[in-house]
Design a protein around this ligand. Structure first.
Ligand code: HEC
Length: 169
């Protein structure tokens, strides 16, 4: 039957030869390819320890913020710009407008503590802390903004004292 299909393998010797060839020829081709692929590798391509560290370092580098580092407080002007100016820049909702002396003089004459209480607790259309979260804007930063705004409208309030920094752990 097999003769009818023109079988090339006609003896056991040929069979052994074919099995060997089928095994070794692809192996030799792969070996040659490997040698060819590696022929470009020079000793300089072996990474230095520094390069290795660079190559295996994690994708995202953690950027630690030193929790015991002194806090940097926002200036009164920055707080005013970020939080308070939305109402106070042009007197929205009946807010005393920035640098408007006649709108501020009666309020300033009530004293710094009264102004602070109004801002920390809220007053009529003004939400407590101007709507800012105490996590974002500390009392001290609110105080700086109050002084900044009052003095811009002719007040002579003293810059509030910076709170003592928590002792470093
Ligand atoms: C949502 C609008 C709004 C925001 C935001 C706002 N204010 Fe006011 N503020 C007002 C209004 C309205 C008044 C007038 C309240 C009244 O006397 O009826 C006022 C009044 C004040 C007064 C005078 C209080 C008094 O006792 O007369 C101070 C001081 C003040 N604001 C500071 C601030 C500061 C500081 C910020 C930002 C941290 C701020 N405000 C944010 C609306 C606002």
């Amino acid at each position: 039957m097999s003769e009818q299909h023109g079988n090339m393998i006609k003896s056991p010797k040929q069979l052994i030869l074919m099995v060997f060839a089928a095994f070794f020829v692809p192996l030799i081709v792969i070996l040659l390819l490997l040698i060819y692929a590696n022929s470009g590798v020079k000793s300089s391509a072996i990474p230095t320890p520094e390069q290795t560290a660079e190559l295996i370092k994690p994708v995202a580098k953690l950027n630690f913020v030193d929790a015991s580092a002194p806090k940097v407080y926002k200036t009164g002007e920055a707080v005013y710009q970020n939080v308070c100016s939305s109402c106070h820049a042009n007197g929205a909702a009946g807010a005393p407008a920035f640098e408007n002396k006649s709108a501020w003089s009666a309020r300033i004459s009530k004293g710094y503590d009264t102004l602070m209480t109004s801002v920390l607790k809220g007053k009529n259309a003004m939400p407590a802390r101007g709507g800012a979260s105490p996590d974002d804007i500390s009392d001290y930063e609110i105080a700086r903004a109050v002084v900044y705004m009052a003095n811009a409208a002719g007040g002579k309030l003293n810059e509030p004292k910076e709170p003592a920094q928590a002792a470093a752990k």
